[in-house]
Design a protein around this ligand. Structure first.
Ligand SMILES: CCC1=C(C)/C(=C/C2=NC(=C\c3[nH]c(/C=C4\NC(=O)[C@H](C)[C@H]4CC)c(C)c3CCC(=O)O)/C(CCC(=O)O)=C2C)NC1=O
Length: 169
């Protein structure tokens, strides 16, 4: 598992370089956004059940076939498996936000997931949509809480959806 700092140091160490101006710039931007990253992680922690529940409701409203007979989230077991997956994405996104790096998502979430989803017929498009809905919710909560620049929140969610979308091609 890597974070913004270990990743940077690793890259410089590989080529035996001292930390130069570019490195200082990257470090500065990471530390400058540090307080906001922590604030958003705290927001997610305090609201995760609400975020997951409401994002699920919105997803099923947009794609009602999912919870009809024959849909992948039909039956209470699969409905809760779906919400549990959404909860995984949100929790790991909060780790990646604090780390400033998406490596934790590759290592802990995405590895092998394609095969699992394909074998169980879990549809990728609606999964991507569910992740986008959560991103929008977290961003608007952060804005309401006074976080001025919420653009850094995109990174982990977009990484998840990009990896998923590539998988579905
Ligand atoms: C922390 C990393 C991690 C992830 C990401 C993870 C995902 C994951 N989701 C699964 C199932 C599932 N995932 C879904 C999800 C959905 N179905 C839909 O229609 C929606 C689009 C979507 C919710 C948004 C469903 C319904 C199942 C159960 C499928 C089945 O058993 O038939 C399974 C199969 C085993 C199980 O049911 O527990 C795994 C491994 N497990 C992990 O350990």
């Amino acid at each position: 598992m890597r974070d913004a700092i270990t990743n940077l140091i690793r890259n410089y160490d590989v080529s035996g370089r001292y930390l130069d101006r570019d490195a200082m710039g990257e470090l500065k931007s990471y530390f400058d956004s540090g307080a906001a990253r922590i604030a958003v992680a705290a927001l997610i922690n305090a609201n995760s059940p609400v975020i997951v529940k409401n994002a699920g409701l919105q997803l099923f409203e947009e794609v009602p076939e999912l919870i009809r007979a024959g849909g992948n989230a039909y039956t209470t077991r699969r409905y809760s498996a779906c919400l549990r997956d959404m909860d995984y994405y949100l929790r790991y996104a909060s780790y990646a936000l604090v780390a400033g790096d998406t490596n934790v998502l590759d290592e802990r979430v995405l590895q092998g997931l394609r095969e699992t989803y394909n074998s169980l017929g879990v549809p990728i498009g609606p999964t991507v949509r569910g992740i986008q809905i959560m991103k929008d919710m977290v961003k608007s909560m952060a804005a309401d809480a006074g976080v001025e620049d919420t653009s850094f929140i995109d990174q982990p969610f977009d990484h998840l959806t990009r990896e998923f979308s590539e998988v579905s091609i």
